[in-house]
Design a protein around this ligand. Structure first.
Ligand code: DGJ
Length: 304
């Protein structure tokens, strides 16, 4: 059984490669997208892996995961802008009801993280293959760590920008393939990254990390009654001994299942990124406050 804080295994007992990921529900099945980092670290500081691709795993119960393959790789961009030295991180996928397409946004960068943009790709089914439709900087702004948020009306890219000093909410076009030009700021000059967001009752909560590379730091939650303004950093939702390092993890997504919210974490191993672990932790909401206690087994299983 998969345990929080460790590498997880798929139905064939192979290590799951889906870092910086997210889980999408579509027609009763769950799809976990993430970075496949199954390569040896390289680079001048040995803190990177060559680009392998974006993996997809599927599951009916969020416990047993079946590998569906690389849904995006070097060959997914007909213009040849993606290669082994590219950085493609934190894929997030939403379904566009109007176009009936699955739309993926990822952080796209060069090996030195100077480009600071996004890769946008589409597929007509959740298991892809995704085809790159654009590589861009949203509204001309930098975009590093990012997530997507979708409601009945619109979808937004939420991204660390301005040298990671400030987070932007950038409204997406109706087809979700670009930004409209409308954007708002959160946490100005607060240096937050790894953005996650969810709505509970009349609050929009975010859980973000500080900016310390691959090294863990205390997560903070924030809240606002409004999606596009007013986020105020409140407190660290983690509990106990692991609190100061977010249980040695970093947020990547808030998954909502049966009206419960769960925080997905990456546990980065900077010297051997492919062995980085995962956690999915239940979020306890109490009015306007959050707690995220540590649990060993995701979704309430028992330790063997
Ligand atoms: C922290 C980010 O959250 C990760 O996604 C990755 O970009 C690393 N920084 C790179 O140092």
């Amino acid at each position: 059984m998969n345990q929080n804080g460790h590498i997880w295994f798929d139905d064939l007992e192979r290590p799951i490669q889906a870092h910086g990921g997210m889980i999408l529900e579509s027609q009763g099945r769950y799809y976990w997208y993430g970075e496949n980092k199954d390569a040896s670290n390289f680079g001048h500081n040995q803190r990177q892996v060559p680009f392998v691709g974006i993996s997809c795993y599927s599951s009916s119960d969020l416990k047993v995961w079946h590998y569906e393959g690389l849904v995006l790789n070097e060959n997914s961009d007909l213009e040849g802008r993606i290669n082994r030295t590219s950085v493609v991180e934190r894929p997030k996928v939403v379904f566009n009801r109007q176009t009936q397409m699955f739309v993926m946004w990822c952080h796209f960068d060069d090996a030195a993280y100077h480009f600071a943009g996004c890769c946008v790709a589409i597929a007509d089914c959740p298991t892809g293959p995704f085809k790159v439709v654009d590589i861009l900087r949203p509204n001309g702004k930098e975009s590093r760590d990012m997530t997507l948020f979708q409601n009945e009306k619109k979808a937004y890219l939420i991204h660390s920008s301005d040298m990671n000093k400030t987070i932007y909410f950038s409204e997406l076009t109706e087809d979700y393939l670009n930004t409209t030009g409308f954007m708002t700021k959160a946490f100005v000059d607060q240096e937050r990254e790894a953005p996650t967001i969810f709505q509970h009752d009349d609050w929009f909560f975010m859980i973000t990390s500080g900016c310390t590379g691959w090294h863990p730091n205390p997560a903070l939650f924030s809240r606002s009654h409004f999606l596009l303004s007013g986020q105020k950093l409140i407190d660290n939702p983690c509990q106990g001994v692991g609190r100061k390092t977010t249980y040695d993890g970093q947020p990547t997504y808030v998954l909502e299942v049966d009206q419960h919210s769960y925080l997905m974490l990456d546990h980065w191993h900077p010297d051997d990124l492919r062995s980085s672990g995962y956690s999915i932790l239940p979020i306890e909401t109490n009015g306007r406050d959050l707690r995220i206690p540590w649990v060993e087994i995701p979704f309430g299983g028992q330790v063997n």
